[in-house]
Design a binder for this molecule. Structure first.
Ligand SMILES: [Zn+2]
Length: 247
């Protein structure tokens, strides 16, 4: 399926299965160990889908829409999520365009994307910084086990996840979120003390590990506060710039 053909179809062809895809002799002989067809077919289908979805997006938005943010971005929040493909902005924002300054890395960390986070907070002046961890996080699992055999660059990005070896993955994810919030409060202490920045931690629970509903985004840290009842109280009162160390 060529990209221009895909564009004309009424509905996006979500990553066509290899059986439905056109076969060329050299492709049909490829071994399919993952059930996704040959890699070249996977790429062709993925690119076609991306271009198709983009043309749909263009069709849904007039030129005036793009003009509203063509020269300047004005996001309300800097959001640090894990790179995990299951964690996307639509989980928490129906209109994330020009609303969320998204920073992504493995393990939703400050340390491995510090400049990007700093740009959001200090140059785009988002008054809200959120670290979003998630269920079944591969980075957390890896960081809590022996990762000495992994590639150096990956090891480097796991080394800044400070969780105990062998910790339960959900507990590890929650602890990591708290660590990130704590690091951010230290780094942005000026903004925090002046009441210009709220730092939140959240857990995206697509596996319902915390029994609050599958897909729930649970605020697990508010400016360093981790007790659920206290977080609820602070949120109810709108106390987003209050830190426990403040008088
Ligand atoms: Zn992850």
């Amino acid at each position: 399926m060529a990209a221009h053909e895909a564009k004309r179809t009424a509905k996006p062809r979500r990553v066509a299965k290899p059986k439905a895809a056109p076969r060329k002799p050299e492709e049909s002989s490829s071994h399919d160990e993952h059930g996704h067809g040959s890699e070249v077919l996977q790429v062709r289908t993925a690119v076609a889908t991306i271009l198709h979805d983009n043309s749909d997006y263009m069709a849904q938005h007039k030129a005036a829409y793009f003009k509203t943010f063509a020269d300047k971005q004005t996001p309300r929040a800097t959001v640090v999520t894990c790179s995990d493909s299951r964690v996307q902005s639509e989980v928490m924002d129906k209109g994330a365009v020009n609303d969320l300054f998204m920073v992504r890395d493995i393990g939703n960390q400050l340390a491995t994307a510090e400049g990007s986070v700093e740009y959001g907070v200090r140059h785009l002046h988002t008054p809200l910084l959120i670290f979003v961890g998630h269920a079944a996080c591969g980075a957390i699992k890896a960081a809590s086990a022996d990762y000495s055999k992994l590639e150096p660059a990956i090891r480097k990005e796991l080394a800044t996840i400070n969780i105990p070896q062998g910790i339960d993955p959900t507990d590890g994810a929650l602890l990591n979120i708290n660590n990130q919030v704590e690091s951010a409060i230290l780094k942005f202490s000026g903004e925090v003390e002046q009441g210009h920045l709220a730092v939140l931690g959240a857990f995206y629970d697509f596996r319902n590990d915390l029994h609050q509903g599958a897909g729930k985004l649970i605020i697990t840290n508010l400016n360093g506060e981790t007790a659920p009842a206290r977080i609820r109280e602070l949120m109810k009162q709108g106390q987003y710039f209050k830190y426990s160390f403040m008088p």
